[in-house]
Structures are given as structure tokens and as C-alpha cells.
Ligand binder design. Structure first.
Ligand SMILES: *[C@@H]1O[C@H](CO)[C@@H](O)[C@H](O)[C@H]1NC(C)=O
Ligand SMILES: *[C@@H]1O[C@H](CO)[C@@H](O)[C@H](O)[C@H]1NC(C)=O
Ligand SMILES: *[C@@H]1O[C@H](CO)[C@@H](O)[C@H](O)[C@H]1NC(C)=O
Length: 266
């Protein structure tokens, strides 16, 4: 192992009631998990912001989606990408006080990072742009009476609460980041003591989730231990828990080594 230090992920497989891998399914068809107990779904029908608020409430018992975390922002972007809806309402407004954006669900101050805006936005064009949309990946202010598709959200509770404290849920499993330097042997022991094992990104989707989660959990430039090992003679990646090889050919953002924060244990 030499002097290399690593940080690690824990993974714990959960038995969700009814063997339901996606906890958001029971709320809405095609809904996806957006972190911290939140589910999101996109309705492509275009409507004004007041109609969107009403639709999210009456159809889904929820609110127009907000961007309180990076996980939520990424989820809206991936829903736009998956559905082909180009522009969606985001639940914030600066109608009360120009340039003071508030989340619609409870009027909390909306902390909108400057790099989330499209260039030269927000511009309150013609003095009537008091509502917020995401166009592909960037935010713009728009008139609330224009019509766009809508992403709704609803809080359903974090399925990992009471299972593994501080863990985040993804597709039937709980993931916990442990920000400590340790060797792979120590990491495996620590995981085992919790009835868990090192996170094994065995699909492109899980790898993307882990990249997002690592970005939210670890400092830039930290190495993250994963439960994959590259073994001869074919030099394929294999899961430490099962020995199954992992097909990395369709991974959307290349191989794990393209992710600067995530390194494989060889
Ligand atoms: C989308 O919104 C429209 C307009 O409010 C509504 O008629 C339709 O039922 C909604 N679709 C879903 C899946 O809720
Ligand atoms: C979710 O987990 C199931 C069962 O392990 C797997 O078949 C499916 O591909 C996973 N889906 C995603 C989006 O990761
Ligand atoms: C882990 O070790 C690296 C290299 O020594 C160091 O830069 C980093 O701050 C350490 N991280 C933690 C969480 O202790």
C-alpha cells in the first residue's frame, strides 16, 4: 500500500418495503430521488407559474421544484435531459423585492450561486421577470405568466434515516461518506462492522451518483476508496464483495480514473 492515504465510502444494502428499488415510485410514475428525502417529477405540459404551483399541489401534493442542494440542481438537469423538456419552472420568485429570490414553498431566502445563472442573467427584462426557470442547465429570470414545463417535488423522508445515520439513499441502498484517511484493509473492516461494504460502482448510473456524492462530501482533490479492484489477466474491474466483473464500456463520463476525486484501489 505504501504511503497512499484514502478516504472512503460505505455502502449498505437496504430492504425497502415491497422490494421497491426506487422509493419515489409510490409517489409518482417516473419520479426520481433528489437527495435529503426529496422526490422530483417533470410534467412536460406548458403552463404559467401560478398554474404550475396549482398543478404540483393538486396532481402530486407537492411544490414546484427548488434548488436547495447541488443534488436537487443535478436532478432537475437530468430530468430535463431525460424528458427533452427544454425549459422548466423552478420554485422561486423575486416578486416581493427585486433581486431578493425566495423559495416558493416557505419563503426562505433562496441562495442561488452566481455560476448557476446563464450569462447576463438575471436581467429583469422589461421589469417583469420575477420568476425563475432552468433552461437546459442554466437559470434565467422570466415573466411568471409565460408558459413552460414544470418540475414538481415532494418530501417523502430519507429512507436511510434510522438505518445508517448521515447516509444518503440511492436506488435501494444507503451511502455514507467517511472523511478519514485509512488503508483499504481498515476501510473494509470498518464497513463490515456496520454490516456494509465499500461502495462498488457497478453501473454508469451508480458511478454518476457516487461522483455527485463525492463532490458534496469530500474536499476537492481527496482520493476516495471504492470496492472495485482491477485484476489480471484481463485487467477488468471486479467487485470486492462478489468478484463479479464490472462492464465499464458504457460509462457516460469515461472511466473512474477520469474523476479526479475518485481513485480505484488496484
Ligand atoms: C400535467 O399537467 C397538466 C396540466 O395541469 C395536467 O392536465 C396533467 O394531468 C399533468 N400530468 C401529470 C402526469 O400529472
Ligand atoms: C437499481 O438497482 C437495481 C437492482 O440492483 C438495478 O437492476 C438497476 O439497474 C439500478 N438502477 C439504477 C438507475 O441504478
Ligand atoms: C488525508 O491525507 C492527505 C494527505 O496526507 C491530507 O492532505 C488530507 O487533508 C487528509 N484528510 C483528512 C480528512 O484527514
Amino acid at each position: 500500500m505504501g504511503k497512499v492515504h484514502f478516504l472512503l465510502f460505505f455502502i449498505l444494502w437496504l430492504n425497502i418495503e415491497g422490494n421497491e428499488a426506487n422509493v419515489c415510485d409510490s409517489w409518482a410514475a417516473d419520479a426520481v430521488y433528489a437527495g435529503d428525502g426529496m422526490c422530483m417529477t417533470l410534467n412536460r405540459t406548458v403552463m404559467t407559474l401560478p398554474q404550475a404551483k396549482d398543478m404540483c399541489l393538486t396532481q402530486f401534493g407537492g411544490h414546484v421544484a427548488e434548488l436547495r442542494t447541488e443534488y436537487q440542481r443535478q436532478t432537475v438537469m437530468s430530468l430535463i435531459d431525460a424528458t427533452g423538456a427544454r425549459i422548466v419552472w423552478i420554485g422561486a420568485s423575486d416578486e416581493a423585492n427585486e433581486e431578493e429570490w425566495l423559495w416558493l414553498s416557505n419563503n426562505d431566502h433562496a441562495h442561488i450561486h452566481s455560476e448557476w445563472w446563464a450569462s447576463l442573467q438575471p436581467d429583469n427584462h422589461n421589469g417583469v421577470e420575477h420568476c425563475l426557470v432552468m433552461e437546459l442547465t442554466q437559470l434565467r429570470d422570466r415573466s411568471c405568466s409565460k408558459t413552460y414545463s414544470t418540475t414538481c417535488q415532494k418530501y417523502i423522508g430519507n429512507p436511510c434515516d434510522g438505518v445508517l445515520s448521515g447516509a444518503e439513499y440511492y436506488n435501494g441502498s444507503c451511502f455514507k461518506a467517511v472523511v478519514e484517511n485509512m488503508t483499504i484493509d481498515v476501510a473494509q473492516d470498518r464497513c463490515e462492522n456496520m454490516g456494509a461494504f465499500l461502495a462498488e460502482p457497478n453501473s454508469a448510473d451508480l458511478k454518476e451518483f457516487l461522483a455527485l456524492f463525492a463532490g458534496m462530501s469530500f474536499s476537492q482533490g481527496e482520493n476516495v476508496l471504492l470496492g472495485l479492484t482491477m485484476t489480471p489477466p484481463d485487467d477488468k474491474f471486479r467487485r470486492l464483495s462478489t468478484g463479479d466483473s464490472v462492464d465499464t464500456t458504457n460509462w457516460l463520463i469515461g472511466t473512474l480514473s477520469d474523476l479526479p476525486r475518485m481513485h480505484m484501489e488496484h
